[in-house]
Design a protein around this ligand. Sequence first.
Ligand code: SF4
Length: 188
Amino acid sequence: MSTTSTAISWTDYTWNPVRGCSRVSTGCEHCYAERQAGRFSGPGQPYAGLVRKTSQGWRWTGEVRLIAQELETPLSWTKPRRIFVTAMSDLFHESMSEDLIDAILAVMALAPRHTFQVLTKRPARMMAYLTERWPSALAQSLTLSGMRRDRPTEPPGADRHRQILNAAERLLQGIGIKLSIDSHHQRS
Ligand code: SF4
């Protein structure tokens, strides 16, 4: 459960430079990653300490752990791949420092041959991060698209989230990232 090829239809490989998460919304109700982590959470196993068994099943403890030796893995893959980023966590988890998110995005930027697929249940933090770290790129993206309607204008809800993601997707197209909230950690 570190960096592996996958049977998921919409991606080729998973890349997990961080492990661990916590539930944030009803969208996490059927978290696949949490169940998978439970299978490998015994002493000495990769997810030890990251999940605990409860009467409702496995639950994340909330710890998010950097796996430093995985951070640069995509750079060693010479053939283009669709890569599911942080399949066993959430890149925009509240415990993820901006410096660590920067580092993960930097690896993506250094490997433009790949298509990186970042899925999050935390679109508000994602937008705050993008606004803080990439304001000029965000403005440029929206200007170049000529679509100010891309800015989120809907009240909170699915439509607003989709607009946020559409805007972010345009911003990050230049470094090959695709973002979605619809199928986070669900396999198809
Ligand atoms: S954000 Fe993703 S990994 Fe984290 S608990 Fe929710 S569904 Fe699971």
